[in-house]
Design a protein around this ligand. Structure first.
Ligand SMILES: Nc1ncnc2c1ncn2[C@@H]1O[C@H](COP(=O)(O)OP(=O)(O)OP(=O)(O)O)[C@@H](O)[C@H]1O
Length: 254
């Protein structure tokens, strides 16, 4: 794939006892695109994103983000560099409003501010900027009209959009998402994917998504990687990969 490569994975290996979960996996993700990772159960998709985002240490190979070797860094360090994995919003956060949920994802100005004795003035300035930024991001995901609603009142689909908003507030340039279309009806799944596509096209945010409901998402993605038994078995434009006999066989075999 040509273009600006934001993430490169080289010869990644991960074993669990005798199981080879990743067998020299390599891939390239282009900036500002939506890339879909598919494969039958147990093919290594979750292990791959766990290694990329720092939750597992690989047994071999490298992960390069924006040209920098991030292999073996902690999830927190990786997230600070702009590669963020979304997670379900924790239960206690359901009582916060939509805006508060986005604000809690912001980086505070840090301890030095307090030590400087200028705390209050700087803090207020920070809060004002953070609130303006949070509103802007809520607009991008189409939740700005719900800013003062309790997050617990949101639908499953809106919660997914809130997860994305929190990631962007954290400074994400690339977002890894597990099953954005899971548990939402097909029409809503389409509107979530429409937003993801918009954020990629218009805001330059890169997405890597794992999704089992391929039919619902394929029209919104730019590139597909297919895995089977710990290896990448095909990559290309969605229709090419999804009609590839090797890929179809891997699902039948699984
Ligand atoms: N923590 C672990 N300990 C032991 N084996 C694991 C662990 N995580 C994954 N595996 C094994 O590694 C292989 C790849 O699993 P992985 O969960 O990455 O696949 P997947 O493609 O994400 O599957 P699914 O679509 O079902 O989520 C499987 O054989 C799985 O049993």
């Amino acid at each position: 794939m040509a273009g600006d490569i934001i993430l490169r994975v080289e010869d990644l290996e991960k074993r669990f006892g005798g199981i080879v979960a990743l067998d020299k996996v390599g891939l390239e993700i282009e900036r500002g695109k939506v890339t879909l990772l598919i494969g039958p159960n147990g093919s290594g998709k979750t292990t791959l994103v766990n290694v990329i985002s720092g939750f597992y240490k690989p047994d071999g190979g490298r992960v390069l983000f924006k040209g920098r070797d991030i292999t073996g860094m902690s999830p927190h360090e990786i997230s600070k560099l702009g590669l963020v994995r979304t997670f379900q919003i924790p239960k206690p956060f359901a009582n916060l409003t939509v805006l508060e949920n986005v604000l809690t994802a912001a980086d505070s100005p840090g301890e030095n501010v307090y030590l400087a004795g200028l705390a209050r003035r700087l803090w207020l300035g920070f809060e004002k900027r953070a609130a303006a930024r949070a509103f802007e991001i809520l607009g991008w995901v189409g939740l700005d009209h719900m800013w003062d609603r309790r997050s617990g009142e949101l639908s499953g689909g809106q919660m997914k959009l809130l997860e994305i908003a929190r990631s962007i507030m954290k400074g994400a340039e690339m977002i890894i998402m597990d099953e954005p279309a899971a548990g939402v009806n097909p029409r809503l799944a389409g509107s979530i994917m429409e937003r993801i596509k918009y954020l990629a096209r218009e805001k330059g945010i890169t997405f890597l998504i794992i999704e089992h409901r391929i039919g619902l998402v394929k029209e919104y993605v730019d590139w597909v990687y297919a895995m089977s038994m710990g290896r990448v078995i095909a990559s290309g434009k969605p229709d090419e990969v999804l009609n590839n006999p090797v890929v179809l066989d891997s699902y039948l075999g699984g």
